[in-house]
Write a protein that binds this ligand. Sequence first.
Ligand SMILES: *Cc1c(COP(=O)(O)O)cnc(C)c1O
Length: 405
Amino acid sequence: MRNRTTVARALSYGSETLGAMSQTPPLRARAEIDLAALRANVRALRARAPRAALMAVVKSDAYGHGIVPCAKAALEAGATWLGTATPHEALTLRAAGIQARVMCWLWTPGGPWREAIEADLDMSVSGLWALREVTAAAREAGRPARIHLKCDTGLGRNGCQPADWPELVAAALAAEAEGTVEVTGLWSHLACADEPGHPSITAQLDLFRDLVAYAEKAGITPEVRHIANSPATLTLPETHFDLVRTGIAIYGVSPSPELGTPADFGLRPVMTLAASVALVKQVPAGHGVSYGHHYVTAEETTLGLVPLGYADGIPRHASGRGPVLVGGKWRRVAGRVAMDQFVVDLGPDGGAVAEGTEALLFGPGDRGEPTAEDWAQAAGTIAYEIVTRIGTRVPRVYLNEDSDE
Ligand SMILES: *Cc1c(COP(=O)(O)O)cnc(C)c1O
């Protein structure tokens, strides 16, 4: 198995901008991104939704994994669409030379509609204000905009209210007639796909089918109808329609621990977060540790300093709880997580840990390390938030960049 390692070249990580390197450099900390795992996850998801196209959702820097390398790996594994929240994220993909279909859905007045049209993006439209702006930009650009009309079937977030759908559909048809838009998609988003049997799922699906049927009867001919996110792709085949929008699952993280582990779905976590222990020292019993002295040593012991903190996305809410594999054992954060560092209690014998010993915060779990889900539980949040918030000061190190097909 190839295991070529390079540090991200195109992206800059604040003060730690790194050039290409041929092997793992000694780093304060690093997030290893296993692109072979990402490709295998995409293939596993395609097998679960064999009749639908797959959109790899790469918003928020690919959930913290790095947008451009992850987008390329997902396309190599058979994704045919990429999805982002903001147009800026979508334009980043184009600037990197990626030519696949790219859809972005979080628009605010002012666009940039014209840039998006010229970059051949697919754009979501949830209301008349957006349709007015996109048609004006299309007139200026001299070419039609590809749009996906979004209906709110019950999430209660973005999307057109069902009562306003006929008006939006009529306006979109008028814009198609004047040549300023092509309606390429009809879509919606589920509220409770990660809670099997939740009554909102069938209610949303019934309404989605009705709203799609209404638009098609009125004359809209969409290329894709789509509503499924990762949990729906994994567990609700009736939601797949023409396209599934998978985010968290392509990164090998389960949408919810109640639904199953990544392995239950044939997925493998893509990110491993590691740090190099910065200091090991003996302290007496009764020694307060970190701000506020919320941890006090029970006996003479050895402390290890892990050089990652809340500025790097280590949740302060995991103070006293977050798990780390150091010297072959799980340790817990002793006392508070600070901005740049936290401490673990290694016990009286120090557990054979020295400066430079690797501390594994989370990864796939094969080496006995915790997972992002363990950190989510320690911090009272979801694993989505754990991986997505790993800060820009932590360099991403890409493993297995070469396609393995
Ligand atoms: C983030 C997002 C997704 C992907 O959700 P996952 O649960 O990560 O698969 C899909 N659709 C929309 C509209 C989103 O905002």
